[in-house]
Write a protein that binds this ligand. Sequence first.
Ligand SMILES: Cc1cc2nc3c(=O)[nH]c(=O)nc-3n(C[C@H](O)[C@H](O)[C@H](O)COP(=O)(O)O)c2cc1C
Length: 249
Amino acid sequence: MAKKPTDGLSPLYTYQEGMEWNPVEKVIMERRSIRAFKKEPVPNSLIRRVLEAGRFAPSAGNAQPWKFIVVKDQELIAEMDRATAKLTKFMMWFVDYNRGPIRRLLLAPFTRFMTRFMPNKLHPIPFNLLQQISADKASSFYNPPVMILLLIDKRGVGVPALDAGICGQNMVLAAHSLGLGTCWVGMMTVLMMNPLWRRKLGIKSPYELTDCILMGWPKGDYDGEVPREVQTVEWIEAGGVRRVERQGV
Ligand SMILES: Cc1cc2nc3c(=O)[nH]c(=O)nc-3n(C[C@H](O)[C@H](O)[C@H](O)COP(=O)(O)O)c2cc1C
């Protein structure tokens, strides 16, 4: 009988305390965001293999509320980068009040309102990146050979964006295991504020873009390890005994 692709995985009862990371764990631990890519194209068969990892992701009610658009057109990617920079400049003109006392006086109430209205989008971390992009000090998309646009189907069960995140991470990990570098890029949502770009990329209801993944052969090493926070985890053991453990120390 032909072997199923999952044969040999999930071996039960082989865990031993202190054992080496297995290949799946290694892929998870070693993956880093890659922001510099070689010009060399990625074969379509390899892109399809990565998409396959996404297609097999779990989803609430098996609704699979996602759709992929693969962009390989380098001219289009460069145009998207320029258009995102333009839109970012326009947006920051209204919300970035850190440029002189007059702007601060005039814009601060509006920015405060917008920050309350979009607390996650205007969080200081993306805000800082938006400032850099609008000052032409950073690129939005880092010239990748491939972009996978990850769309959600708004009619999905539960939280389609959560399903799409799981699906995207499946692709990111598969790509890493195959020697490719990837970077999630939330900045793509800035471009989606322009309906012309939504139309140009063929994104229409019930689909909407949730994020995108850049992919290509890594150029050099990744740009540094980002530390992870120690997590305080509550354990509820048998008999309701509760204790707190610090995970990652
Ligand atoms: C949903 C999501 C959106 C992201 N958006 C961006 C982005 O717009 N630009 C960027 O350079 N990195 C982006 N990143 C990458 C994160 O900055 C990176 O994953 C984080 O700093 C941890 O670093 P590591 O991936 O190298 O472990 C994003 C990551 C995720 C998961």
